[in-house]
Design a protein around this ligand. Structure first.
Ligand SMILES: NC(=O)c1ccc[n+]([C@@H]2O[C@H](COP(=O)([O-])OP(=O)(O)OC[C@H]3O[C@@H](n4cnc5c(N)ncnc54)[C@H](O)[C@@H]3O)[C@@H](O)[C@H]2O)c1
Length: 385
């Protein structure tokens, strides 16, 4: 059933926007299967949108892989909802979607890549694959990139490494929205950090988080959902903590991880800058442009990717990691209904749920965007399961 038919089934009152904390995907509605979008169908739609704008097949494929990976893991702030901003960057010529990343400098275990203002995910995949190639020889490698654009979720790259048996790490600087501890104005980005490490069998540890209290996308999700945010996430224009997401989206002032009485978030954000923007000679800190706002300035974001081959260290890393993860998972929880999780478990549970229901349940907001883009680009809209 096509979207337009199904859309009528929704009430005018907006349904809850999925939040990743609970992994809710409007499952109430999924019982009917009427608004479940199979993964391959949403992937097809995204891919065709990019191709329609002249993006070459292999790049369109990577973009669809990255956006669907986010929604599949319940990270709705970085999946389909980012399609329009990416397409806008292409139509407004803010990025060159067919640019090829170029290695500018390299040694056996390092490389500095110029992304040539290409698509962030295309550059990210290139760099992570290069880091793995080098690490398989040297045991560890770091590849950094400048001249890049928004690259989506960091775990898209680190899980790619963990799948091949490496410990993968990914960092990126972003538009300045973090007010450093003790300051009144923004200077740093949400600068996310991810590490994925392979454990026994298919088990792994996947940590991926912004170094602000939460990502900007999560504040936007709360705003769309008309929910208050907890204190400690963001500030209003005057620099006062607020629970109103509308005021935070307007001020673009997020608080560091740990709040503004702790220096930890600011320190981690600076660590990310060292391993991405600064090392790569990209734009950094307050010099990074605000995404989506009118500017001729290329984003020139910086990323960093580290691959470590556990085989070059004492045998049994995977077994020791599984042992530790399982120890934590089996710990007595404070709430008997909430088992203790390790990083990556939540996303895995959401993926299992989505696989079981045969696809993703998107909100009317997502789907009206799909409908709009479908009409604008002449791409066939999505079919429900
Ligand atoms: N490219 C960019 O510009 C950019 C900027 C910011 C964030 N992001 C992405 O946004 C995503 C969300 O970031 P965030 O800061 O909102 O993440 P978050 O605060 O939701 O934290 C996610 C991390 O916490 C873990 N986690 C969640 N619940 C847990 C539990 N109960 N027990 C143990 N671990 C648990 C998850 O497995 C994951 O590793 C990330 O994928 C990040 O890469 C991207």
């Amino acid at each position: 059933m096509v979207f337009s038919k199904v859309f009528k089934l929704f009430t005018t009152k907006a349904l809850a926007v999925p939040t990743r904390g609970t992994g809710k995907c409007n499952n109430k509605d999924s019982k009917t299967n009427e608004n479940v979008v199979p993964l391959n169908e949403i992937h097809r739609f995204i891919r065709e949108c990019f191709e329609k704008l002249g993006v070459k097949k292999e790049n369109a494929l990577i973009m669809a892989d990255g956006l669907v990976a986010a929604d599949h893991r319940g990270i709705f702030s970085h999946g389909l909802s980012r399609l329009e901003p990416y397409l806008n960057d292409i139509t407004n010529k803010r990025c060159d979607p067919n640019a090829c990343p170029k290695i500018m400098m390299e040694s056996a275990s390092t490389a500095a890549v110029n992304g040539n203002n290409g698509l962030g995910a295309v550059i990210g995949v290139f760099c992570m694959d290069l880091a793995m190639k080098k690490a398989s020889e040297t045991g560890i490698a770091i590849v950094v990139a400048n001249g890049s654009n928004h690259f989506g979720i960091n775990m898209f790259y680190t899980e790619r490494a963990a799948e091949k048996g490496f410990i993968g790490m990914a960092f990126t600087n972003t538009s300045p929205v973090m007010v450093p501890a003790g300051a009144k104005d923004v200077c740093l980005g949400t600068n996310p950090i991810s590490i994925s490490a392979p454990a026994e069998g298919k088990d792994r540890m996947v940590m991926d988080l912004a170094t602000t209290a939460v990502s900007f996308g999560k504040i936007e999700t709360y705003r769309r959902n008309k929910q208050q945010i907890p204190l400690g996430w963001g500030l209003d224009e005057t620099g006062k903590e607020t629970t109103d997401p509308e005021l935070v989206v307007k001020s673009r002032k997020l608080m560091p991880l740990g709040g503004n009485v702790s220096y930890k978030g600011t320190g981690f954000a600076l660590m990310v800058e060292c391993l991405s923007g600064l090392l790569a000679d990209a734009a950094y800190g307050p010099n990074v442009r605000q995404w989506g706002q009118k500017t001729d300035k290329p984003a020139n974001l910086g990323h960093g990717f580290i691959a470590i081959d556990p085989e070059k260290f004492p045998a049994g890393f995977q077994k020791r990691l599984s042992d530790l993860l399982n120890y934590i998972r089996k710990m007595q929880p404070v709430d008997p209904n909430q088992p203790v999780l390790v990083p990556g478990d939540l996303e895995r549970k959401i993926m299992e749920k989505i696989n079981k229901q045969g696809g993703i349940v998107y909100t009317p907001t997502h789907m009206s965007m799909v409908e709009k883009v479908s009409k604008e680009l002449g791409v066939r809209t999505v079919k429900f399961k």
